[in-house]
Unconditional design. Structure first.
Length: 174
């Protein structure tokens, strides 16, 4: 199956390739982007290239799909599904966008497009998301996109030597 590229009013959600190494490095080395993410910053272009290859492998194996968010010809973020379970028709969505594009509406545009694709083309019945409670912009974004708070997973994320709670958000197919 060919990788499904999506177009929105302002964005191209497209396959991430090794050519995106520089863009991935800019996104995944930003302390602001990774503040609530639960991963260490990428160290170099080699790690960014490996990340691009992991995204490609997830689609090939049908365990995940990750789009590059392209705006004005530039990679500004990524969005996609992980923990994709075809049998149970569910997946979790995750996203990040470079701080230069925060509060622009681009993440909402990408989120609604990806979620619509998940329900209509991947046959998902449920899309979940997990967010640290202090990440209020992300929680507001998910609520605006129709996700509802389902609960809190206590001490579910380990990052930099500490455990953090995660808010479980969900959206069910219409």
């Amino acid at each position: 199956m060919t990788f499904p590229n999506l177009l929105t009013k302002r964005l191209a959600l497209r396959e991430i390739t090794e050519a995106d190494t520089e863009g991935l490095l800019a996104i995944f080395t930003s302390g602001d982007v990774l503040q609530y993410y639960g991963m260490e910053p990428l160290k170099d272009a080699g790690e960014a290239k490996l990340l691009a290859l992991r995204f490609k492998e997830g689609w090939r194996n049908r365990t995940s799909i990750r789009w590059g968010i392209q705006f004005d010809g530039k990679l500004c973020g990524t969005i996609g599904f992980h923990n994709w379970n075809c049998y149970h028709k569910r997946a979790e969505i995750g996203y990040e966008i470079h701080p230069d594009y925060w509060r622009s509406g681009l993440t909402f545009e990408a989120l609604t497009s990806a979620a619509d694709f998940g329900f209509s083309e991947l046959g998902l019945n449920r899309i979940g998301a997990v967010v640290r409670p202090e990440n209020t912009p992300s929680l507001r974004l998910l609520e605006k996109a129709g996700f509802e708070k389902e609960g809190v997973m206590k001490k579910a994320q380990y990052s930099k030597g500490l455990f953090y709670d995660l808010v479980l958000m969900g959206k069910i197919s219409d």
